[in-house]
Design a protein around this ligand. Structure first.
Ligand code: TPP
Ligand code: MG
Length: 415
């Protein structure tokens, strides 16, 4: 008997990697519009009839800020990975490679916008002033969330794929209705609130979930002020994007009746321009937009994953050559917008951030287990009370062991 095989899937042989993508698209007869790129991998600026204008608004300070943000979040990512490896976090979800997609889009948002992330949007969290140490609370298992979304308009992480997309559209429809009331108030001579939009993140894998389809139908039907931001990082754990779609994901928007734009997700300037345009479009009442940020997850899916089991290192090397930080550094240096002293200062700030995050993580207190029972229902519930009583009795059975452990650590245990 030969070796057993998994049945072949109908996707076998339809590889839409970088090289073949244009060919495959041409074959399908419905090619995407060109990918928006304003800064090439070698740091050379590009041009675009619509989006160059947005790039021109960026002054040197803004561009240096993008670099500093991307470097800070990459340093944070390294530190969190190390903390997980040292047993200080239960799990970590790295973002390396996706810094431009996240910093560019997050920096395009305004304070009144509301953001729904997945579980990898640490860079967007930085742009919304979420305390990065708080972000680690969930990954250390001491909190179900970690921060108060009302403080920053940055929602809690959602681990159930695509579950945040219907929430985001519902929220956007709420904004739409509030704005109608605000317009009425303005007519009565009160100052109107600034217009807001929703920015919702999801991955190439999540794009296959029914939730995304339903959300896009609702968003289109109601002309909701929402920007769908898909980070196509080429992998959904071990499943390549070619299994999720046979056409560029941005093309799907056409079927729903709103604009879809593919942008180079490793080009922070282009991502910022496209997202700024899309958020303006949504805030002005022109309806939803889908952005596909074409990027790459350089590291593992999570610290529990080993990508060498399912992809070639040559593919990783191809994408490392398109690194978002390196290309902006080249541009800043070539244009004389930043010097060695600036890059040194960014490195020092990154190390300080890492030290802060490490110390704060060590200091996080383990919550009293009773809070988990107390937070189950708003009011006391007899079944929960019964379960707590059982749990306390069960835990009391370990009291002697706990005492013995304490004595060992105090050095007062007798041999
Ligand atoms: C509804 C649901 N199904 C499956 C999973 C398990 N899961 C977690 S992450 C992931 C892959 C997601 O890939 P993608 O949407 O491309 O996002 P990425 O992790 O690449 O950022 C899967 C299948 C889940 N969390 N939720
Ligand atoms: Mg993915």
């Amino acid at each position: 008997m030969g070796a057993t095989h998994l049945p072949a899937t109908e996707f076998d042989g339809i590889e839409m990697d970088d090289r073949l993508e244009a060919e495959a698209e041409a074959q399908l007869g419905d090619p995407a519009g060109p990918m928006v790129q304003l800064l090439g991998p070698d740091g050379t600026p590009g041009a675009d009839p619509v989006f160059s204008e947005y790039a021109e608004r960026l002054d040197a300070e803004k561009l240096r800020g993008f670099y500093a943000d991307m470097a800070a979040i990459r340093r944070f990512d390294q530190e969190a990975t190390a903390l997980q490896r040292q047993g200080q976090l239960a799990l970590w979800v790295p973002l390396t490679g996706q810094e431009a997609a996240q910093i560019g889009s997050g920096r395009a948002s305004q304070p009144q916008d509301y953001i729904f992330p997945t579980y990898r949007e640490h860079g967007v969290a930085l742009t919304r002033n979420v305390d990065l140490a708080e972000l680690l609370r969930q990954f250390r298992g001491v909190s179900n969330g970690g921060w108060n979304p009302k403080d920053t308009n940055f929602h809690l992480y959602t681990l159930v794929l695509a579950a945040q997309t219907p929430h985001a559209v519902g929220y956007a429809m709420g904004i739409q209705r509030d704005q109608k009331l605000a317009a009425a108030a303005a007519a009565a001579d009160q100052t109107p609130e600034p217009k807001a939009a929703v920015l919702v993140y999801f991955g190439d894998g999540a794009s296959s979930e029914g939730d995304v389809h339903e959300s896009m139908v609702f968003a289109s039907s109601y002309n909701a002020p929402v920007v769908f931001f898909c980070q196509n990082n080429h992998w959904a754990i071990s499943v390549p994007t070619s299994v999720q779609t046979r056409i560029p994901l941005s093309n799907r928007a056409k079927g729903y009746g709103f604009p879809g734009i593919r942008v180079d997700g490793n080009d922070v300037i282009a991502v910022h321009a496209v997202t700024e345009w899309a958020l303006e479009h949504a805030r002005e009442g022109k309806g939803p937009v889908l952005i596909e940020a074409f990027t790459y997850r350089v590291g593992a899916h999570t610290t529990a994953d080993d990508p060498t089991k399912y992809r070639e290192s040559a593919e990783e090397a191809r994408w490392r050559a398109k690194d978002p930080l390196e290309r902006l550094e080249k541009y800043l240096r070539a244009e004389g917008l930043a010097d060695d002293a600036f890059f040194e200062q960014v490195r020092t700030a990154g190390d300080e951030l890492a030290a802060y995050v490490r110390k704060t993580t060590y200091d996080l207190e383990t919550p009293d287990i009773r809070t988990a029972f107390a937070n189950t229902y708003v009011e006391a519930h007899p079944l929960v009370a019964e379960e707590l009583a059982w749990f306390e009795e069960y835990s009391a059975g370990f009291a002697d062991e706990a005492k013995a452990d304490q004595a060992i650590s105090d050095g007062t245990a007798h041999p």
